[in-house]
Design a protein around this ligand. Structure first.
Ligand SMILES: *Cc1c(COP(=O)(O)O)cnc(C)c1O
Length: 373
C-alpha cells in the first residue's frame, strides 16, 4: 500500500464528513442538549416533515435504523407467520432478517442485468401464501416499480420497499419508498444521507400504516401516551434528527456531486470491454439515480481489486462477497444461478460526495493500466 498522503483513496472515510462540519455539529448537539431535547422532540418532527416533503411522501416516521423500519412496516402491514415475502438476494442480509423476524418466510429471487430485483423471477416465485414483495432499490437506483406495482395489484400483494440506499432516487418521477405500504431509508453514516451513528425512517402515504408505525416504534403508545398495542423501542434520536435536518438541506447538492462522479467514471471507463458499468446518470428518462454506490462488473475482478489496493485505492465486495442466499447458515436453500455468477464479477468503486475529480481520474488511470498490462 502506498501510504504517501493524498495518494490514498479509501473506499469511504468515516471521519471526513465530521471534520468538514465539526463546529456546526457541535453547535447542534449543544443547542439540543441545553434544551434537554433528546427523545421525540421538535427537531425530530421537523425533520420528519422535511423528509416527507423532500420525497413527496405524505408521512415520514423516524426509527432506530432501516432494518427496524422494514420490520416494523411489515408488522404494521399485518405480515407475519404463515406468510411468504419475496425479496432479491442482492441486498443486505438486513432485508431478509426483517422478513424472518416477523415470522414470515423470506422467499429469495434473482436480480436482473441491472442488479435489481427481476420481475420475471418474482412472478415465478408467487404462491397462494405470497403476501408481499420487498424490492431493494440497490445502489441508489429505484427498481422497475411499473412491473412490480402491476403484479402486486393483480395478486393483491403488499409492497414494502428497502430504500435504505435510495433516498432521493426516483422512478418515473416518483420517489423510492413511496410506491407501496411503506419504504425504509437508512441514515447509517456511509449512506447518501448519514448521521453520527444509526438512524432510519419509514416513508408512507398510508395514514393507517403511519399511525401503526408511530405506535410500534414507541412501546405501542399512542399520541396521548396510552398503550394501544404491543410495541418496541425504535425511535430516531432527536439529536440525530437535528443533524439530519441540517444535512438534508445539502442533500440535493451531494446527490448532484455523486451523479457527476458517475458521469466521470462512465466517460473514463466505458470503452473497456472487460467492464460492465452501471447506467450513467443520463441513462434513461424513467430513472433518477442517486449513486449510493458505483457497482461495476469486472473481468479478473479479484486481481483488479488487489492491483488497485497496491495503488492505494480501496474497493469493496458487495455484502462481503455473497448474496444473502449464499450464507449457508441462514438455510435459504435455493440456487440462483444468475445472481451467483454476477457475484463473481461485482466490485464497488469509491463513490461519495467528498471524492474529488482528480481522485476519480487516479482510480480510472489505475484500472486502465491494469487491463492494458
Ligand atoms: C444499509 C442497508 C440496510 C440496513 O440499514 P440500517 O439503517 O443499517 O439498518 C438495509 N438494506 C440495505 C440495502 C442497506 O444498504
Amino acid at each position: 500500500m502506498n501510504l504517501v498522503r493524498g495518494r490514498l483513496i479509501p473506499y469511504f472515510d468515516y471521519r471526513r464528513d465530521f471534520f468538514n462540519e465539526e463546529e456546526e455539529l457541535i453547535r447542534i448537539v449543544r443547542e439540543a442538549g441545553r434544551r434537554g431535547a433528546f427523545i421525540l422532540q421538535d427537531d425530530l418532527s421537523q425533520f420528519e416533515s422535511n423528509l416527507a416533503e423532500f420525497t413527496g411522501a405524505r408521512f415520514a416516521v423516524g426509527v432506530g435504523n432501516a432494518t427496524d423500519g422494514l420490520f416494523l412496516t411489515l408488522r404494521a402491514a399485518g405480515i407475519g407467520a404463515g406468510d411468504e415475502v419475496i425479496f432479491c438476494t442482492h441486498t443486505m442480509v438486513a432485508t431478509a432478517a426483517a422478513i424472518h423476524f416477523t415470522g414470515a418466510l423470506p422467499v429469495p429471487v434473482e436480480c436482473g442485468a441491472d442488479h435489481l430485483i427481476d420481475p420475471a423471477s418474482v412472478e415465478a416465485a408467487l404462491t397462494p401464501r405470497t403476501r408481499a414483495i420487498l424490492p431493494t432499490h440497490l445502489n441508489g437506483r429505484t427498481a422497475d416499480m411499473r412491473a412490480l406495482v402491476r403484479m402486486a395489484r393483480r395478486h393483491s400483494l403488499t409492497i414494502v420497499e428497502d430504500a435504505a440506499q435510495a433516498l432521493g432516487s426516483r422512478f418515473c418521477d416518483q420517489a423510492a419508498g413511496t410506491f407501496g405500504a411503506g419504504g425504509a431509508v437508512s441514515f447509517y453514516p456511509a449512506k447518501v444521507l448519514g448521521c453520527l451513528g444509526d438512524g432510519g425512517a419509514v416513508l408512507t402515504n398510508d395514514r393507517n400504516i403511519f399511525r401503526r408505525l408511530s405506535q410500534l416504534r414507541n412501546h405501542g403508545r399512542d399520541a396521548e401516551g396510552l398503550v394501544a398495542s404491543w410495541g418496541l423501542n425504535s425511535r430516531l434520536d432527536n439529536i440525530q434528527a437535528a443533524i439530519l435536518d441540517r444535512r438534508l438541506q445539502r442533500l440535493p447538492r451531494a446527490i448532484d456531486r455523486r451523479r457527476a462522479i458517475a458521469k466521470l467514471y462512465s466517460a473514463r471507463l466505458r470503452d473497456l470491454h472487460e467492464l460492465t458499468l452501471p447506467p450513467g446518470p443520463e441513462g434513461d428518462s424513467d430513472h433518477f439515480d442517486v449513486f449510493q454506490n458505483y457497482e461495476i462488473e469486472a473481468a479478473r475482478r479479484d486481481r483488479l481489486r488487489k492491483f488497485l489496493e497496491t495503488r492505494g485505492v480501496g474497493t469493496l465486495l458487495p455484502w462481503g462477497g455473497k448474496a444473502v442466499h449464499q450464507w449457508k447458515r441462514l438455510k435459504l436453500r435455493v440456487s440462483l444461478p444468475f445472481t451467483e455468477s454476477l457475484f463473481k464479477r461485482v466490485l464497488l468503486l469509491p463513490m461519495n460526495a467528498q471524492l474529488a475529480d482528480n481522485q476519480v481520474h487516479k482510480i480510472c488511470d489505475a484500472i486502465r493500466r491494469f487491463y492494458r498490462a
